[in-house]
Design a protein around this ligand. Structure first.
Ligand SMILES: Nc1ncnc2c1ncn2[C@@H]1O[C@H](COP(=O)(O)OP(=O)(O)OP(=O)(O)O)[C@@H](O)[C@H]1O
Length: 99
């Protein structure tokens, strides 16, 4: 969670420095929220499974793997949003400092 918070703060600082438009901010916030929500739900599912089914069980595996899958989908969405909204402004900034 500390890594997620550090990554989110870094993205918000970069977005502010690059003066991203309102739509980009909305996608950025939605991506950060999606990752946090998925991670929190994943952690909750893991805790409940460990509580109710500490022994191996096929359904426990399905529950944990599905929750982990949700986190993966959120991470892929966040990566796609990051590339789409940061790539062009970042390239413009690099061009501006390299002349
Ligand atoms: N009670 C269980 N019954 C069956 N399979 C389980 C059980 N607990 C864990 N597993 C399997 O082992 C994998 C790893 O489980 P673990 O509890 O270590 O979670 P994790 O995905 O490594 O999460 P984290 O690293 O965030 O704690 C799960 O994805 C699941 O496939």
């Amino acid at each position: 969670m500390k890594i997620h918070i550090a990554a989110a703060v870094s993205c918000f600082i970069a977005a502010a420095l690059l003066q991203l438009d309102k739509i980009s901010w909305l996608f950025l916030i939605s991506a950060v929220a999606a990752v946090f929500i998925a991670e929190l739900v994943n952690t909750a599912v893991e805790a409940v499974i460990d509580l109710v089914s500490p022994a191996e069980h096929p359904l426990a595996r399905v529950a944990k793997d599905t929750a982990a899958g949700a986190s993966l989908v959120a991470a892929i969405y966040a990566a796609a949003v990051g590339i789409l909204i940061f790539w062009e402004p970042l390239m413009q900034w690099v061009r501006s400092i390299t002349g």
